[in-house]
Ligand binder design. Structure first.
Ligand SMILES: C[S@@+](CC[C@H](N)C(=O)[O-])C[C@H]1O[C@@H](n2cnc3c(N)ncnc32)[C@H](O)[C@@H]1O
Length: 265
């Protein structure tokens, strides 16, 4: 979990694609393809290199105009390099905290992947208030839900998870993060704005075929819980070594939830 580098995003993308709730995604694709006369505008927040674009086009979303919004120009350039020839891609280097300036005009859909657990409830409220005004649909995939289940088990798993879930709520530059509460918060905010909301489970189910991702995840969790939570460093070393020794034969479930919502117009 080394920040949001291209390498880290590439490493997690196959697990993300496999995890997405396919019923929700199919419902969304049907919505986007319903009118063959238009090219629906999709605004993807925190787009990175275009993971949502790749997932939805692979699942059948065509003729879309993709407005990719990210504050990292290197990720946007990579998205353009990968998709600028085959898709209509508009890149917006912007801070999503400036919600009133987001390029939402005419958008059929506001999408995001692996983003809304990083933001605050205040950002969600502001985003929902903006999309409600124009009846824009909403899709946020892969919101961490607080579940991390390891096989084989280790005596420190529960303590590490409790600290990790606290750390997930730390301010990472976008206000106190919703972390594991993000999907529930999104659902309540969208329903409060009159949306019909659908949710689906989208857990990562990692096994020996994803050793690099599991190892990165273990090191990321260790680093996240090392300070601030009063855990014994030697016990953490033992936990990390045990977990790394089992990436070849162990398994890990990381819980996520997808949220899809349509406005009543
Ligand atoms: C976990 S990554 C997810 C990227 C992509 N959606 C994916 O699934 O591969 C979070 C993304 O949000 C972007 N981001 C973080 N803070 C942001 C901010 N304040 N404004 C705009 N983008 C931001 C990062 O640059 C990164 O691309």
């Amino acid at each position: 979990m080394s920040g949001f580098s291209i390498d880290w995003l590439d490493l997690r993308e196959p697990a993300d694609f496999g995890a997405r709730d396919k019923n929700l995604a199919a419902q969304l694709v049907d919505f986007l393809q319903a009118d063959t006369e238009i090219s629906p505008i999709v605004v993807d927040l925190g787009s990175g290199t275009g993971s949502t674009l790749r997932a939805l086009t692979k699942l059948g979303a065509h003729r879309c105009v993709w407005r990719l919004v990210d504050h990292n120009p290197a990720l946007l350039n990579e998205a353009l390099r990968r998709h600028g020839q085959d898709e209509i891609v508009e890149d917006y280097e912007a801070d999503l905290l400036d919600v009133s300036s987001l390029p939402l005009g005419g958008a059929s859909l506001l999408s995001a992947s692996a983003l809304f657990d990083l933001v605050s409830g205040q950002v969600v409220d502001a985003v929902v208030a903006r999309i409600k005004k124009q009846g824009t649909a909403f899709y946020a995939a892969l919101n961490y839900d607080g579940r991390t289940e390891w096989t084989p088990a280790h005596a420190l798993d529960k303590v590490v998870l409790a600290a990790f879930n606290l750390d997930q709520q730390r301010d990472k530059g976008m206000g106190p993060a919703l972390g594991p509460e993000s999907a529930a918060y999104l659902k309540a905010a969208l329903e409060g704005a009159g949306y019909t909301v659908y949710t689906g489970d989208s857990p990562w189910q990692l096994g020996p075929d994803q050793q690099a991702l599991m190892a990165d995840l273990i090191r990321g969790i260790r680093s996240a819980v090392s300070a601030d939570y009063g855990l014994d460093q030697q016990a953490l070393d033992e936990w990390e070594n045990f977990r790394l020794a089992h990436v070849t034969d162990g398994r890990c479930l990381i819980g996520h939830s997808d949220v899809l919502a349509f406005a009543h117009i």
